[in-house]
Design a protein around this ligand. Sequence first.
Ligand code: AHG
Ligand code: MN
Ligand code: MN
Ligand code: MN
Length: 334
Amino acid sequence: MSKIKTLGQFIIEKQADFPYAKGELSRLLRDIGIAAKIVNREVNKAGLVNILGEAGTTNVQGEGQKLLDVYANDQFIGALQSGGECCTVISEENDEYITINSDISKNAKYIVAIDPLDGSSNIDVNVAVGTIFSIYRRKSTDGNATIDDILQGGTEQVAAGYIIYGSSTMLVYTTGKGVNGFTLDPSIGEFCLSHPEMKIPKDGTIYSINEGYYTHFPDGVKKFIKYCQVEDKTTNRPYTSRYIGSMVGDLHRNMIKGGIFIYPVTAQAPNGKLRLVYECNPMAFIIEQAGGKATNGYERILTLDVKELHQRSAIFIGSENMVKKAEEMMQMFS
Ligand code: AHG
Ligand code: MN
Ligand code: MN
Ligand code: MN
C-alpha cells in the first residue's frame, strides 16, 4: 500500500467532515490545485520563456503588472471558470469582481478571492513567490452574486490556502479543521501530503518587517523592533531578522520555525499595504487554524469590516506570544 496521499485523496477523505458537503468544495479545491500546477510549470522555467519582466500594464493597486502576474491570474480565473463550482472571482489584478455566467456555473455557490502571484518583485530574481486564495459561500440564493456576497468578513471564509513556489512547490490550506501541507511531486504531477496538521510554534525568534520604512513606523512598532534587538539570553534575544518581500515566503518560514511578520502603516501606505480580502484574511485564517494570531495591531484581522474589494490593512501575524508582545507595544505606544 503506497504511503503517498495525494491532495485529491485527502480532500475526498476529509469531505466526510462536512456532512452537508456534496463535493462542490472538494472539486473547487481540485480546480485550484490544477491551476497551481500549471503556474508552477511556468514559474519553474520563467527564465527560459518570455514570462519575466513587466507586462506594461498597471493594476488597480497602481502597481506595474509583471507578465507572470497576468499569466497566473489568467490560469486561476480560467480554472475557476471551467471548473463550474465558483460563481464569482475577486482578484488583486482585476479592478472589479468577475461574475462567472457559464451554464456549468449557474448553481455555483462559492466565491473565490485570489492573489494570483504574491511577491511579484521577486520573480525576476528567482526568489520564492506564491499564490493566496480565500473561499466564501455566497449568501444570496439566485441570480448573480451581489456586493453583500462579495464583501464578507474573514470569519465567513469556508477555506483558505496558499501555494509557495520555492525550493519545492507546496500547497497549504485549511477548511477550518486544521492546516495541512502538500508538496508537489513533479515525477507524478501530484501534490502529496507532506506536512499533516501544521502548527506554528507559540514563540519564535524571527521577525519579518521591511526596516527600510523604519522612520515612519508607528512608535509601537519601533519599540517592538528594539525589543527584538535587545540582548537577553533568557528570552533568546536578539532575534533574527528575515524578510524576503513575499508575504507567502515569509509566513511559510515563520509557520514552520516560529516568528512574526509585520506590515504596519507607513508613510507610503497609511492604511497598510497588504490587501484584506485576498492577503490578510486568508493568511489570518490559516495562521489561526495553526495556533497563531493575526491582528492589525489592535483588532483581530478576521473580524475587520470588509468595505471595499481592495481594502488594505496593517497586519501583525505569526506566533501567538510574539504577536501579543507586538500588540502590547502598539497599544502602549501608538
Ligand atoms: P504582491 O506581489 O501580490 O503585490 O504582494 C507583495 C506584498 C507581499 O507579498 C510582500 O510581503 C510585500 O508586498 C512587500 O512589500 P515591500 O516591498 O513594500 O516590503
Ligand atoms: Mn501586486
Ligand atoms: Mn500579494
Ligand atoms: Mn499579487
